[in-house]
Write a protein that binds this ligand. Structure first.
Ligand SMILES: [Zn+2]
Length: 338
């Protein structure tokens, strides 16, 4: 390995930014999420400071440290271990490299702050009964988040991914001996986030991660295909609706307010989140998701599901247990408003 190049302060950082930029990690983004707060590029003139910065970038962005240290070598992503991809169609798995490293880093950082024991994940029906018995009218996003944390499952949402990076719907990993669900997209309504989370819990409950270090759900918008996707889907629907095929089908020509009202009635009757009723009916009928999303907006008073996930993470973590670097990174990546 070549020795670490000693840069000339700011000019050395400019060269580093160019290399990072070639991987889709722009300077503004790198400074915003991966470098220390208040970082001044001229500090890189100090060789030991520069070496620390390279280590920090490798850790926070999932980069191979040797490629960072060798200014002549192309930058590489760190080997992340076996990854299990669940995807539809011809998705290029390499497109998820940026998110992969960041998701693993965020999961590892968050797991540092949890000491509660992990518990066996109940069946979908048992978990639903448990949530409803606690006084909830339905399995809502807030109620499911509470249940996850009580089971020792960490749930976080990445708020600040590289702008051009391809984003999967969600990933699951194990960090610190506990499952961590990392949600990667910002939906327009909580019902989407609720369904994605329930689906990921389905993967955890069914042991789909196996010996892999990461499971990536590239896209959950389509029909589930393959055994694992169908099992996770079945778990999610049973958890949210009480049976694997509730048969929700909205009458034709219902839009926004009237579709929302129909879903509210069905949800009240069956103890089901009305947003899920809309999504399930739309999926079952091959209906239009723009129509569904309009109904979801009519159903939800303050549709900021990312804030809901974030608030629970902020409340449940013991931030004092995180290393300083991990705390700073996780706050930027999963807590602050973007
Ligand atoms: Zn899946």
């Amino acid at each position: 390995m070549k020795p670490t190049a000693v840069p000339d302060g700011a000019s050395g950082m400019r060269a580093l930014y160019r290399r990072l930029g070639a991987l889709g990690l722009g300077q503004t983004y790198v400074r915003s999420v991966a470098l220390p707060t208040g970082w001044d590029d001229s500090e890189a003139a100090n060789p030991s400071t520069y070496a620390c910065v390279l280590t920090l970038l490798a850790r926070n962005l999932g980069l191979d440290i040797r490629s960072l240290q060798d200014a002549q070598a192309p930058l590489r992503w760190r080997e992340a271990g076996e990854t299990r991809f669940l995807k539809h169609g011809n998705v290029d798995e390499c497109e998820f490299d940026a998110v992969k490293g960041i998701a693993l880093r965020a999961a590892g950082a968050a797991a540092q702050g949890v000491t509660a024991p992990t518990r066996t994940i109940p069946s979908a029906q048992a978990l639903r009964t448990q949530i409803l018995s606690a006084g909830h009218q339905a399995v809502t996003l807030e109620a499911l988040l509470d249940a996850c944390w009580d089971l020792g499952i960490v749930v976080l949402c990445l708020r600040d991914l590289p702008p051009k990076a391809k984003k999967p719907t969600a990933t699951v990993t194990v960090a610190g001996g506990r499952p961590v669900v990392v949600l990667c997209r910002k939906p327009c309504a909580a019902a989407w986030m609720l369904f994605w989370l329930a689906h990921e819990i389905g993967h955890v409950a069914n042991g789909h991660l196996g010996g892999a270090s990461l499971l990536i759900d590239a896209d959950l918008d389509g029909q589930p295909s393959g055994d694992m996707e169908q099992e996770a889907h079945k778990y999610a629907v049973t958890l949210l609706a009480g049976e694997p095929d509730p048969g929700y089908l909205a009458p034709s020509r219902l839009y926004r307010g009237r579709l929302a009202a129909w879903a509210r009635d069905v949800g009240r009757r069956d103890g089901v989140d009305p947003g899920f009723v809309v999504l399930h009916s739309t999926r079952a009928s091959g209906g239009r998701y723009d129509v569904a999303n309009n109904a979801l907006k009519a159903l939800e008073d303050s549709p900021d599901p990312v804030a809901t996930v974030t608030a629970q993470l902020d409340r449940r973590l013991d931030w004092s247990l995180l290393t300083r670097d991990a705390r700073e990174f996780l706050r930027r990546m999963a807590v602050r408003a973007s």
